[in-house]
Unconditional design. Structure first.
Length: 503
């Protein structure tokens, strides 16, 4: 399907977006000023200055829209923008790997979508059209992702039947798993801390701090400490549930006939994220500790052009399934990989030396708590609490070390090499063997004494490496050669013959 060759402007309604967003805080700000005791004349002056700034913003945005244009040709997608400083960017159509659509509440009210066109390359491999009518955005997305090569591939995969079409749809009850996601809880409290700092002076003026201090002094110590801790946990869990509703409401994962995996999600801000299957090098099953305790997991994509650095700016860009039951996460991972099942057991066990290493590191981390025993012996703190804390911390460190060892494992699985590791965040990675471009063997001083080494598969996808730690040194090369036969052959020397003759 060929696109238009004429230069076109973005939708004119995009001029309204920054102006409306600039005017929205005017009413609550005026209300806060009046409550704080500001004279009405001062509020009117502030509102007039605010409106004048909004008018200037409208003029600047209008000029930027008027002088901006885009063109979708047979070979390239081009964008020109700028008034005083002009820029002209273009992307080759044959290198386009993703076309993502985003519409925040204001864009949705105006019927607009932001189109992000990516090549999968780091740096300047993205072109953004902000913004187009929703129907135009969908039409451009379909035109840019539809190629003869992907259409042929889709025809070849037609025999898979149920593997095409919708692969997963969010069930509302799954949102409860987000309450056990520490990253969302921390995000909620980060937002609360920011808002609290903004209203700190107002709270002090109305005596909120004084009232809270009086209430704390009037209750027992255990309640003064326990109640805030419980409140922090409950607020964090509730906030994470509300945040997950915004992030994942309406989530669907589909495989399209163009050979593309498409994720659609969002309550207020709707997002449509595309991932070309030819870029896919594997999947990752992520199980943070709290989520693992409640039987949940998250499925992530390992794809070229989707690195951890990019994931840091867009933490959900690589997510193929949000927190959900572990069995569902494994099913979706198998569907994405076009495998019958995702391996959950049968992993090759690692040497006992790996267990000793993990217990040793756990005890070393817990070593500062042993200082409590020294302080107790000196009589500076009561002996009984120290006697209880030190063994408890040591047992906890040993338990985490044993759990980390139990989570170690690797195995071949069809066209994939599967590795599992971690305790605070257990990761099970299935990496395509033909996506492995090299091997690294790393060995610390302590590993050398234990006869262990780390086998690192390098790849162009994700973080660029998949580590299988603490493999017996004699088995590391065998594992690499079995996973990708012939890749290490130019670097190997034949082993010397074994002399079996008795002297």
């Amino acid at each position: 399907m060929s696109g238009p060759v004429d230069w076109r402007r973005l939708d004119g309604r995009v001029v309204l977006v920054p102006v409306v967003l600039a005017l929205l805080p005017l009413v609550p700000t005026a209300a806060v000023m009046l409550v704080a005791g500001t004279k009405p004349a001062g509020v009117v002056v502030m509102a007039g200055i605010w409106a004048a700034c909004a008018a200037l913003l409208a003029v600047a945005t209008g000029l930027d829209w008027w002088f901006g244009s885009y063109r979708i040709g047979e070979e390239r997608v081009e964008l020109r923008k700028g008034v005083l400083s002009r820029s002209h960017r273009s992307l080759p159509r044959d290198r386009i790997r993703s076309v993502d659509l985003t519409a925040d509440p204001m864009h949705r009210v105006l019927g607009l979508s932001v189109v992000k066109i990516g090549t999968g390359a780091q740096g300047d491999g993205e072109l953004k059209l902000d913004a187009l009518a929703r129907s135009d955005a969908e039409r451009i997305r379909a035109a840019l992702l539809l190629r003869e090569s992907t259409a042929d591939g889709a025809a070849d995969d037609a025999s898979d039947g149920p593997r095409d079409g919708e692969l997963a749809r969010l069930r509302p009850v799954w949102l409860l798993y987000s309450g056990a996601t520490m990253s969302l809880i921390l995000a909620v409290w980060g937002a609360i801390a920011s808002a609290f700092g903004s209203f700190s002076e107002l709270l002090a003026k109305f005596g909120v701090y004084r009232l809270v201090g009086e209430e704390i002094r009037a209750v027992p110590l255990w309640l003064a400490i326990g109640a805030p801790v419980v409140a922090v946990v409950l607020i964090g869990v509730l906030g994470s549930l509300l945040l997950s509703v915004e992030l994942w409401w309406g989530f669907t994962l589909t495989r399209e006939s163009t050979g593309t995996l498409r994720v659609r999600r969002g309550l207020f801000t709707q997002r449509s994220i595309s991932l070309e299957e030819s870029r896919l090098r594997g999947v990752e099953l992520a199980e943070p500790l709290l989520l693992r305790w409640v039987g949940g997991a998250r499925t992530n994509a390992i794809a070229t052009g989707l690195s951890d650095a990019e994931g840091g700016k867009q933490p959900d860009a690589k997510t193929l399934l949000p927190p959900a039951p572990r069995a569902e996460a494994r099913r979706v991972a198998a569907e994405v990989l076009r495998e019958e099942n995702f391996p959950a057991d049968g992993f090759t066990a690692h040497p006992r030396a790996a267990l000793r290493r993990r217990i040793t590191w756990g005890l070393l981390v817990a070593l500062p708590f042993a200082a409590a025993a020294v302080v107790a012996v000196l009589g500076w703190i009561p002996f009984a609490p120290a006697a209880a804390v030190v063994p408890s911390v040591a047992l906890l460190a040993i338990a985490f070390g044993v759990d980390a060892y139990r989570n170690l494992g690797h195995r071949p699985h069809g066209a994939y090499l599967v590795g599992r590791r971690g305790t605070g965040l257990r990761r099970t990675v299935a990496l395509r063997r033909d996506g492995i471009i090299g091997w690294r063997f790393e060995q610390s001083v302590f590993q050398r004494r234990s006869g262990l080494l780390d086998v690192v598969a390098t790849t162009a996808a994700g973080s660029g490496r998949c580590t299988i730690p603490d493999v017996r040194a004699g088995n590391g090369l065998l594992l690499a050669e079995e996973a990708v036969p012939g890749l290490l052959t130019p670097f190997l020397e034949p082993a010397p013959p074994i002399n079996t003759r008795e002297e």
